[in-house]
Write a protein that binds this ligand. Structure first.
Ligand code: 5RP
Length: 219
């Protein structure tokens, strides 16, 4: 599969879901970059957008969209973002690009979450993609030990600092059969800022694309 082409198809399919709204939330990553490109011709009719990363903010501004603070925007009608893995239940792994904390906040503050993926990311059980966890830097080793004790294989994403000044640990070797349970369990470890599992607030719409068309799944 040509992944970039399929991501582009997914991104174009998302446009229909933002029609009629003048403020939207926008996530991060390469699929979102395709979405921003597809958005350009209609960008002027948006009053603004809340961005989940500095990179997305820059790209939105470049096409003429005002980037607004979530505190000013209030509840958003719709949030558009990609994911690293997804199930048919709308449970997601996110954070491959390291923007998971802001993504989770915007998803939580939005009425609808439209998630764009290309087909290989649709899985029965989450976990082949290492689960990203954002941690306070001083807690990194402690959190890694706690994760190992729970059967994961933590790997520090060395050299990477999030937009919030924190570190990322990717947990390999997981087979996530209870996404809401694991999200809650890992979220309670001291020093964890955000678990890259989006289960309590998953996707409302999954757009699953190949190079030709996107299928709409409603979890
Ligand atoms: C960034 C994310 C992205 O949505 C996820 O990594 C998917 O990225 P891409 O669209 O580049 O495959 O969660 O933190």
């Amino acid at each position: 599969m040509n992944s970039e082409q399929a991501k582009q198809v997914a991104a174009k399919a998302a446009l229909v879901h933002i029609r009629g709204y003048d403020i939207i939330g926008v996530g991060s990553g390469s699929t979102v970059r395709h979405f921003i490109t597809a958005l350009e011709p209609s960008a002027r009719r948006l009053k603004g957008a809340v961005a989940s990363s500095a990179d997305t903010a820059r790209r939105l501004e470049a096409i003429g969209v005002d980037v607004i603070d979530l505190n000013e925007a209030g509840t958003l009608p719709v949030y558009v973002d990609g994911a690293d893995e997804a199930t048919r239940h709308g449970h997601l792994i996110k954070g491959g690009g390291g923007a998971l904390t802001r993504e989770k906040i915007i998803a939580a503050a939005s009425r609808r979450f439209i998630c764009m993926i290309h087909r290989p990311k649709l899985v029965d059980v989450l976990g082949d993609f290492g689960l990203p966890i954002e941690v306070i830097p001083m807690a990194r080793s402690y959190v890694a030990r706690e994760l190992s004790a729970r059967g994961g294989r933590p790997e520090w994403r060395e050299g990477f600092v999030t937009d919030n000044g924190n570190h990322i640990i990717d947990i390999k070797n997981l087979r996530i059969t209870d996404p809401p349970g694991l999200e809650a369990e890992f979220g309670q470890i001291a020093g964890v800022v955000t678990v890259g599992l989006f289960a309590h607030r998953g996707a409302d719409v999954l757009l699953v694309a190949d190079e030709v068309q996107a299928q709409t799944l409603i979890p």
